[in-house]
Design a protein around this ligand. Structure first.
Ligand code: NDP
Length: 260
């Protein structure tokens, strides 16, 4: 009985979910978990998501790998058209694609600043717009979840990442704005703000110097980073009908990082 009750609240059977940046890291885990909850998955990335597709198909799910740069309006529109052609509709979007660099105001070029805002903020805006268009055309009650960051609420130390922080603060307020713009279209728009999550972006020496990792460690109230799986319960809830009255919300999942 409990099983049926929970299944009825949270099942994503019959839903189609787009996960941008689903080829690795947080996006890969979200895509896998949504597939486990019954959703058919589509992924946008620039370099492809064969590993994610293999994982999902290996577990009996359905996944579609689409090459689309979220900053390119034509590629996003064509990617969404491919989803509609393949699956017939689009119900859920996880706007997850993002980048980060650690450079101070004098080291970072304006081009790097622009690129960070372009991918993290404008890219999410373009995907929101094109997905909302498809949802409205299909008469779908949609759910869009934008991946923001605790960096949109507080300033991480000791690294300098003004562009990243500004882009994520922008995502949080864009989410609230679009929630209101789209409320009468039956589309809910929410965001989640993770703290540090153990993915290449936060752990790979190619992106993060070991000294920085050592400096971060004492700042984690839980003495560790999040596992990507620890974001998925909130995401599943926001996707599901049990969050039918939730829009314009931002859920912080940071192990307490932002409150001290
Ligand atoms: P990763 O670097 O592991 O993955 C980023 C993904 O985004 C890749 O699949 C990449 O694929 C894709 N991507 C990047 N640029 C584009 C683009 N222009 N168009 C389409 N896809 C793109 O990062 P994480 O998994 O760690 O991060 C995922 C999200 O979570 C990001 O928005 C990040 O800011 C956010 N976040 C991460 C935290 C962390 O500590 N890891 C903390 C808080 C938030 P490809 O290169 O093939 O395009």
């Amino acid at each position: 009985m409990i099983e049926n009750y929970i299944r009825n609240l949270f099942t994503l059977e019959g839903k189609v979910a787009l996960v941008t940046g689903g080829g690795r890291g947080i996006g890969q885990v979200i895509a896998r978990e949504l597939a486990r909850c019954g959703a058919d998955i589509a992924i946008f990335s620039r370099s492809g998501a064969p590993e994610t597709v293999k994982i999902i198909q290996g577990e009996g799910g359905r996944a579609l790998d689409i090459l689309a740069d979220v900053t390119d309006e034509a590629q996003v529109a064509s990617g969404i058209a491919q989803i509609i052609e393949h699956y017939g509709h689009l119900d859920i979007v996880i706007n997850n694609a993002g980048v980060c660099y650690h450079k101070d105001i004098f080291e970072a070029s304006v081009e790097e600043w622009r690129q960070c805002l372009e991918i993290n903020l404008t890219g999410e805006y373009i995907v929101c717009r094109e997905a909302a268009r498809a949802m409205i055309d299909g008469n779908i009650a949609g759910s869009i979840i934008n991946i923001a960051s605790v960096s949109g609420h507080v300033v991480n130390i000791p690294q300098c990442q003004a562009a990243y922080n500004a882009s994520k603060a922008g995502v949080i307020h864009m989410t609230k704005s679009l929630a209101i713009e789209l409320v009468d279209k039956n589309i809910r728009v929410n965001s989640i703000s993770p703290g540090y999550v153990a993915t290449p972006m936060a752990t790979d020496p190619a992106f993060v110097e070991p000294e920085l990792l050592a400096a971060w460690q004492p700042l984690f109230p839980m003495h560790r980073m999040a596992k990507p799986e620890e974001l998925c319960g909130a995401i599943l809830w926001l996707c599901s009908k049990s969050a039918g009255y939730t829009t314009g919300a931002d859920i912080i999942i940071d192990g307490g990082y932002g409150v001290i």
